[in-house]
Design a protein around this ligand. Structure first.
Ligand SMILES: [Zn+2]
Length: 453
């Protein structure tokens, strides 16, 4: 399924003239298509004063209107009202060509829906085959899918892509619980497993504390994780790798509306590679100045996505809300092009003394005490507002049971390190192992924030 030439500079280097030319041509075609086929986009483009028939260079793209999840929800509510489907007024294919519907969790409640045509599913399969190649998966390998197997974009669609790739899929799904997954791992001996990092951590803990199953002895070669930043946090990677007997941990990620997956780590694990510039056009965007930033090493911004291949309801200039830091230096693996680290979700961002703080930054710092803490943390807010008055209230779970004096000592060291590195005051409340109940969203993502009632 994978195409041999996808790893060339002409296909991956975002500043390469050949890639730019190909992206321009595909983008123009897509813009004309949505303009001609969707009254919604036509109206939107007309209001912004842009006409795809006059699109002559990528530089003009910054004048095209952005799209965000609020607009997406409105569009979907409207199509429900008018046409009794939730795929939005920005649908650009015949509704009977839709071959599968997916939903993404939506941190604020209402899910957003995506449809895939048969052609869209083929592109997903092609992108997945690239990811599989990066992670060392081969057709015929046993792959246990232990993510939440639902209509979530990374659920059943991942199983579909694994099947197309030719893997021997073990579609257990995470909803059966960690005990069942551990048992089935023992009985089926998968070469690879796919799930969220927090599910993998729960699985290890369950097996260690309650089951007579040593997950380090089952021969797992790799664990492909997604949906949360854990797969790029060194302490979590180390914990997972050791727990699964030296398995290699690969972080992968989607890219809303661009026929996921389009990002994957390589064996160097130095950021995630953008593996599909032929099916996704990405801009690096600065929300504060409303400008598109050049692709330069170390630049930080949000990715704005445009699906170049998508047939069903392509999102044009979609703001996904993840803040990224990009790497443009050549990767040790030899692949050219852009890599990046996810800094956090703009929606989850907290404001402490006027400074932006991602909850994951607090979690990462706590994880630097990995011998003493489990990594389960929760930041307690007084209201829905992202503004936090120091001291920030943080619940932290210890490993095992701590004596009173040891607890005092650890609490002081954690508070001191947060003050020194993150530059605000925190008040830590420690819990013994098993006492801090972690909550997971519908898609298995761990919740790091709670609001005090
Ligand atoms: Zn690499």
């Amino acid at each position: 399924m994978t195409d041999a030439s996808w790893k060339t500079p002409q296909r991956l280097d975002l500043n390469h003239p050949e890639l730019k030319k190909m992206q321009f041509e595909k983008l123009k075609k897509q813009l004309i298509r949505v303009y001609e086929q969707s009254p919604y986009y036509r109206d939107k483009f007309d209001r912004a004063g842009v006409n795809p028939h006059e699109f002559t260079s990528l530089e003009q793209y910054k004048d095209y209107p952005l799209f965000d999840k609020y607009e997406e929800r409105e569009s979907q509510a409207e199509s429900m009202k008018q046409f009794q489907h939730p795929l939005g007024m920005h649908l650009t294919c015949d509704i009977r060509e839709v071959n599968r519907m997916s939903a993404s969790s939506g941190t604020t409640g209402t899910p957003s829906f995506q449809g895939h045509t048969a052609g869209d599913r083929e592109v997903i399969a092609r992108n997945f085959a690239r990811l599989a190649e990066m992670c060392g998966l081969k057709p015929g390998d046993k792959v246990m899918m232990a993510g939440v197997m639902s209509m979530w974009v990374a659920g059943i669609p991942t199983v579909d892509a694994l099947l197309s790739f030719g893997a021997n899929v073990i579609p257990i799904g995470g909803l059966v619980g960690t005990a069942k997954v551990a048992e089935m791992m023992q009985l089926t001996r998968p070469h690879h497993m796919v799930c969220t990092p927090s599910f993998a951590r729960q699985l290890l803990k369950k097996a260690r504390t309650e089951l007579d199953i040593d997950l380090s002895q089952l021969g797992l070669q790799s664990l492909v994780v997604y949906g949360e930043p854990g797969g790029s946090v060194p302490e979590i990677v180390k914990e997972l790798s050791e727990g699964f007997g030296g398995a290699e941990i690969f972080d992968m990620s989607g890219g809303t509306g661009c026929l996921n997956p389009i990002f994957s780590q390589c064996r160097e694990h130095d950021g995630m590679h953008f593996i599909s510039p032929d099916s996704a056009y990405i801009e690096l965007y600065d929300r504060n100045t409303n400008t598109v930033l050049p692709w330069e090493d170390g630049a930080e911004g949000e990715f704005v996505y445009t699906g170049l291949d998508r047939e069903c309801g392509p999102l044009i200039r979609f703001m996904d809300g993840d803040k990224m830091r990009v790497k443009m230096t050549p990767c040790q693996c030899g692949l050219p092009g852009m890599r990046f680290d996810i800094l956090g979700r703009v929606d989850d961002m907290l404001l402490v003394k006027g400074v932006n703080v991602f909850p994951t930054a607090v979690r990462d710092l706590v994880m630097s005490f990995e011998d003493e803490v489990t990594g389960n943390i929760r930041i307690v807010k007084d209201s829905e507002s992202p503004v936090i008055e120091p001291p920030m209230q943080v619940k932290v779970e210890c490993k095992g049971t701590f004596s009173e004096s040891n607890q005092q000592d650890l609490k002081a060291r954690l508070e001191d390190k947060i003050q020194r590195q993150l530059r605000f005051r925190a008040e830590i409340t420690l819990f013994n192992e098993g006492e801090l109940h972690m909550e997971y969203g519908a898609t298995g993502k761990v919740k790091l924030l709670e609001t005090r009632n």
